[in-house]
Design a protein around this ligand. Sequence first.
Ligand code: ADP
Ligand code: MG
Length: 345
Amino acid sequence: MQIKKLSPLLANQIAAGEVVERPSSVVKELLENAIDAGAKRIQVDIERGGARLIRITDDGHGIEREQLELALARHATSKITQTEDLKAIHTLGFRGEALASISSVAKLTLSSKAQSASDDSAGWSAIAQGQDMAVEIQPCPMPIGTIVEVRDLFFNTPARRKFLRAERTEYVHIEETMKRVALASPTVAFTLKHNGKVTKRIPAAQSDEQQKQRIGAIVSNNFLRHALHLDTAIDRLRLWGWLSSPEHHQNSNLSQYVFVNGRAVRDRTLNHAIKQAYQELLPVGRVPAYVLYLELDPEKVDVNVHPTKHEVRFSDARQVHDFISRAVAEALEPQTETLLADDLL
Ligand code: ADP
Ligand code: MG
């Protein structure tokens, strides 16, 4: 038996297995990068459900020429520098692996013009063909911002490619991903194009009222019409957002969105807390809809749990659970009374 070190390409492809499950995972990582770069307008162009092309254009601060190649390298990030930083993460990304992973399973071009670049300097592209992690740099005149183009996803990993579903299915996953990211970043405008046609346009919200309308447009106006508003804070924990009143239940977990410090998460503690608050109020098998934002001290939540960063760990899970459960129950309370009153009649 002989132990050999994996080639960088293979090592990255293995790591990509955890982060890049399907086209929508690429979209999620690239959208997060655009948001971390302070983008205000983000355009997503997709062809064939993302299998042929995913192109994300942003107007963020861009990347300087000398940094382009590093951006594609594994374990290279501008977002953290020391162990201490892991204690309180303020950005969506921090692991420095998305671009390296994606470029190992697709043909990736990262083009950028940095805000800090002098006016007359052009932008630059770093081209990685998914071969041996080699990168080629070329000039690419463009406005300030970044364009990431990902072509032929999984072209060199047939085992993965086999798991790509119908174009429509992959598209629906991408749309759902965009909705989550858009709900988390109300002041950013998003456009989604599929096969050359605009399929979704989500404008930026400048006021509370516009944000409310935006949530209606993203989730559904019907949800918003019957939703209860909530905003509660105790002990540096704040929960706010909208949730369906007990009479407006649904049968699927769609339209259940929870954000922790601006990050869309799927968390059992949070889901359980919300479920508990609704417990007695919904018919068996029916579930609520909600868009809820939890804000807490970043030191009290660990986002470094899984490469996809969908999961979080709370340092005091009990406290968070009880706070949420109580806040939701209180928001539903007037409803509880009327429901009980109806029963009495
Ligand atoms: P991470 O986001 O965890 O840092 P990535 O592999 O996603 O790792 O990105 C690597 C680096 O490339 C980022 O830290 C950032 O400096 C830079 N970068 C990636 N995408 C963009 C973008 N759209 N705009 C500006 N910089 C970007
Ligand atoms: Mg990233």
